[in-house]
Design a protein. Structure first.
Length: 236
């Protein structure tokens, strides 16, 4: 992390992420941060001739880090929302996603509204939490917010929760690890499509322009498609 006494080269992008959200970001056994977002931001850095250094932190801490100039960019499957636009600027969208509902195999749940009266796990400060609050209200006692999604999934496995609401690609990834046939992935078609963007401090046009330039290049040269195929195959 950067400190006041440290001087970083102009060609280094300091990136903050929450590496507990596979397949977008996760830590390897050696501590290296991998995932779709990690590979994409590194490819973007390479495309514009800049080195990328990625630091793992809490999801909320990313926005704090941007506001305090501790990181230049936040990359963590961050959904572009009007509320977030008040404090950060976003690149062009780089990924489309939806919220899915993960429930036990014997559940008949088909929509989010059918979870009324049930215990629902979400990751704090994410659009998953916002979507559930939008349906049931912010004071709904059934919502349980977690610092990271794996903890919510674990509580679902042991029966402390009736469902977990989280981004679609993340649900698919966890369902693979949990074992086919143990859980149902429910797509509620009434929920809107979301778009992810990379976040920079409000007004940091120089960094924003570099990121958008790099994103455009990796989409044009096929690198984006190569990384997408690696992590998601033909899943849309």
């Amino acid at each position: 992390m950067r400190g006041q006494s440290q001087t970083k080269a102009d060609n280094v992008i300091q990136v903050g992420t929450n590496a507990e959200f596979p397949p977008f970001e996760f830590q390897e056994g050696n501590g290296e941060i991998s995932g779709f977002d990690a590979e994409l931001i590194r490819a973007i850095g390479k495309a514009v001739g800049m080195e990328v250094q990625i630091t793992h932190m809490g999801f909320d801490a990313i926005f704090e880090g941007l506001s305090r100039d501790k990181v230049d960019v936040g990359v963590a499957a961050i959904t572009i929302t009007d509320d977030r636009k008040q404090t950060v600027d976003f690149t062009a969208p780089y990924f489309d996603a939806k919220q899915y509902i993960l429930v036990p195999k014997n559940s008949n749940i088909k929509t989010l509204k059918e979870l009324k009266g049930k215990k629902i796990g979400v990751q704090a400060a994410t659009t998953g939490e916002a979507v559930v609050q939008g349906v049931f209200g912010k004071t709904y006692e059934g919502i349980k917010a977690y610092d990271e999604t794996p903890s919510a999934i674990n509580d679902l496995q042991i029966g402390r929760l009736d469902a977990v609401v989280v981004d679609s690609a993340v649900v698919v990834e966890f369902n693979k690890k949990l074992g086919e046939g143990k859980f149902n992935m429910v797509e509620d078609t009434s929920l809107p499509v979301e778009q992810y963007g990379m976040a920079v401090k409000k007004g940091n046009k120089d960094m924003l322009n570099k990121l958008n330039e790099g994103l455009k290049k990796v989409k044009e040269n096929g690198e984006y498609d190569k990384i997408y195929q690696k992590y998601f195959g033909d899943h849309k």
